[in-house]
Design a binder for this molecule. Structure first.
Ligand SMILES: Cc1cc2nc3c(=O)[nH]c(=O)nc-3n(C[C@H](O)[C@H](O)[C@H](O)COP(=O)(O)OP(=O)(O)OC[C@H]3O[C@@H](n4cnc5c(N)ncnc54)[C@H](O)[C@@H]3O)c2cc1C
Length: 380
């Protein structure tokens, strides 16, 4: 259940998002420009500390409220929504796994919205299979030196704090397995860190995506989130929660696509009638609204389990799988309902269709979600 004060926060975000984001989002998409300019305003509303407890300077929002806010942001800008979602996912991982010193310092910076966080797990040859990570960590005086290449890092162009999965080999040998995988909290302003923006994305073009190259980047001893063998657990724990927010992002995109469909089908006339009077258009609308309600139900279920501290891995995967695939179907219908006008940039559905596409890919592809769901059921 969402409390009255939490409902007011969601309403305030909705109003802000609807007023401030859609036009900017269209420009970020057109010019392939980072949405970072809006982050101070989101920070002022506390959105950069949504999942950070109040004692560390955040809002301490429940997962249910957090998902509702990501949904509202995504309906106005899928790029701003994923920027906030990845940042909060990393904040949560830092809160859960970092030692007290770095936790207080880094969360203070992140929750206030002064700095941005990112999740640097994927590599050129390690995507779905994170156990193939090749980035190396070596012991040096006072900490570790990281060397390797991380791909597709959301918030990676301007993000200051990155959680980085790297392989800490034993003193004399390397096993190559998950036993060496260690999670580090890296200050991306350190020497030995270089990043380059990945351009040419199909959608969410206002969201920063970077390749981050590490060449002996130093991480102090106390900035290790989990030692050898435990790094992958941190990544998977973060992704379990992250999937609820990506499901919410997909749902927001679907909301926007349905809204566009409702408006356009009531304006456009063919054969002397509004196209909304044709049964085919009505079915597209009805199916979309039903799928949105079903996705919202799955997200609500996963969020409520997580809020109660109950296991939620399977439900988060189900929510992400269903909401992301539904968003793609709904965006497809919205383009179809616009006919030729849906195929050009001037109409927003063209962008929504492209923005929806990523949601079945990142934070685990649909195939990986199905694997997670089936494994959980087969283990039960
Ligand atoms: C815009 C964008 C932002 C991203 N942001 C981040 C980020 O912030 N941090 C980060 O670490 N990563 C990020 N990623 C990476 C993303 O998580 C990966 O792209 C995704 O996990 C898939 O990995 P891959 O691209 O290497 O594809 P692959 O793993 O090579 O998969 C290719 C195909 O094979 C299928 N496949 C793979 N394994 C199996 C299997 N066991 N069973 C069935 N099918 C399988 C996949 O489902 C997919 O269809 C981002 C990616 C993009 C495009």
């Amino acid at each position: 259940m969402i409390r009255a004060d939490e409902r007011a926060l969601v309403e305030a975000v909705r109003e802000f998002a609807r007023a401030e984001l859609p036009d900017r989002d269209r420009a970020w998409d057109r010019e392939e420009r980072s949405c970072a300019e809006i982050l101070p305003a989101l920070g002022e509303q506390g959105l950069m500390g949504l999942r950070v407890p109040e004692e560390f300077g955040g809002l301490g929002a429940s997962v249910g409220v957090y998902a509702a806010i990501i949904r509202e942001l995504a309906a106005a800008s899928a790029s701003a929504a994923v920027t906030v979602a990845v940042h909060n996912m990393v904040c949560e991982a830092i809160h859960t796994f970092a030692p007290q010193g770095p936790r207080v310092r880094v969360l203070g910076e992140l929750a206030a919205g002064g700095e941005l966080a990112g999740f640097a797990i994927s590599e050129p040859n390690a995507g779905s299979d994170t156990s193939r990570s090749q980035t190396r960590a070596e012991r040096v005086r006072g900490g570790f030196a990281l060397t390797g290449s991380k791909m597709w890092v959301t918030n990676g162009v301007s993000g200051r704090w990155l959680i980085v999965l790297a392989r800490l080999a034993g003193e004399h040998s390397s096993s190559g397995g998950s036993k060496e995988l260690t999670m580090f909290l890296l200050d991306a302003a350190s020497e030995g860190v270089s990043r380059s923006a990945i351009h040419g994305k199909m959608g969410i073009r206002g969201s920063e995506t970077a390749e981050v190259v590490l060449d002996g980047a130093f991480v102090p001893e106390e900035f290790v989130l989990a030692g050898p063998g435990e790094g992958r657990r941190v990544a998977l724990t973060a992704l379990d929660g992250g999937r609820i927010s990506i499901a919410a992002q997909a749902l927001g995109i679907a909301d926007a696509a349905l809204a566009e469909m409702l408006t356009y089908t009531q304006q456009r006339e063919q054969f002397g009638r509004r196209i909304a009077d044709f049964q085919a258009m009505q079915w597209a609308i009805a199916d979309s609204a039903t799928e949105i309600a079903a996705a919202a139900g799955l997200i609500g279920q996963a969020a409520s389990l997580k809020d109660r501290g109950a296991p939620f891995t399977r439900q988060a995967a189900m929510a992400k799988l269903y909401a992301s695939e539904a968003a793609n179907r709904i965006a497809f219908r919205a383009v179809q309902a616009h006919g030729g006008y849906g195929y050009v940039h001037e109409f927003r559905v063209e962008q929504l269709y492209r923005d929806a596409r990523i949601t079945t890919i990142y934070e685990g592809t649909s195939e990986i979600q199905r694997m997670v769901i089936a494994r959980d059921l087969l283990r039960a």
